[in-house]
Design a protein around this ligand. Sequence first.
Ligand SMILES: Cc1cc2nc3c(=O)[nH]c(=O)nc-3n(C[C@H](O)[C@H](O)[C@H](O)COP(=O)(O)OP(=O)(O)OC[C@H]3O[C@@H](n4cnc5c(N)ncnc54)[C@H](O)[C@@H]3O)c2cc1C
Length: 303
Amino acid sequence: MQETKKSIENFFKGKILWNEPMKKHTSFGIGGPALAIMYPSDEFDLSNLLKIAKKEDINIYFKGSGSNILAHDDGFDGFVISLSKSFKKLNISKNKVFCESGVMLGSFVKKCTSNNLTGMESLVGVPGTVGGAIKMNAGAWGMEISNHIKKVKMMNKEGEIIELKKNDIEFGYRFSSIKNDLIISSNFEFENSNPEKIKKLKLSASSSRKNTQPLKFRSAGSVFKNPENYSAGYLIDKVGLKGMRVGDAEISKKHANFFLNLGNASSKDISQLILIARKKVKEKFDINLELEIKTIGFKKDIF
Ligand SMILES: Cc1cc2nc3c(=O)[nH]c(=O)nc-3n(C[C@H](O)[C@H](O)[C@H](O)COP(=O)(O)OP(=O)(O)OC[C@H]3O[C@@H](n4cnc5c(N)ncnc54)[C@H](O)[C@@H]3O)c2cc1C
């Protein structure tokens, strides 16, 4: 590894944090050390890094800002690559928007709405980067980021650029078919609207968020996807788990699909709550809850 480290440090212009705890880089505030967290400064950095990782058979995980991730207490034996410190270009020309993946979703929404472009208002207050939002097909109250995508530029693990049109990608509820590639930038197209309508939609989204979500605590947002015809929070509430604690992890009393880190929760604590909620909901409603959050460093099929 010393040789690999040296050869990466020789060309890499971005930032590298070796042996860095994931807990410092996830909204949950949970997770042991990754071999490295790396912030490439441009496509050249990124492509060379991926080529070395491939050659040396080093695991790779793509991260945005870590707002939808549960990282294992034992960490991740590999490189975590994020574009969130660079890749920040955002250009608007009439109703067309070009945005790199490291832009924060909040800035993207703000730029769109202040240019009287409609479609992203409900995403106000959703944390994360635009790259992460596309991968997750982030959405709220009927709006989804994929509704306005035209094209996506990505890099595969061989360090090659791929460009896909919207129709080449499958998007669904908190799902995209983008699996192994890193989203670098995207092109969007929006309709115009009037500022008053846009303001109303934004206000309604942010007040609903404040009223229903435990925003004062560390979490990764909704833990489970909503199954058909139900909300996961309702089901977890109905099996009596609101407020249940394991260690410093709690199923929120305000919104039962938000699991909170009240201080020093471990991935083990959160995992236990996940397994308990799943079991109880299955027993009472015969419904299998599917995880919305992504996990890193876990053994396959633990959930
Ligand atoms: C308080 C709170 C409220 C939330 N509310 C909502 C909500 O209303 N609606 C909603 O949809 N989500 C919500 N979320 C979840 C989260 O904010 C979104 O999923 C967000 O889009 C994740 O972005 P990120 O950059 O943090 O991605 P990360 O959490 O870093 O990563 C999420 C997934 O995307 C992948 N990924 C990240 N960046 C890239 C990239 N550039 N290329 C390829 N793959 C990538 C990762 O590998 C991982 O699989 C909420 C979270 C919190 C903490």
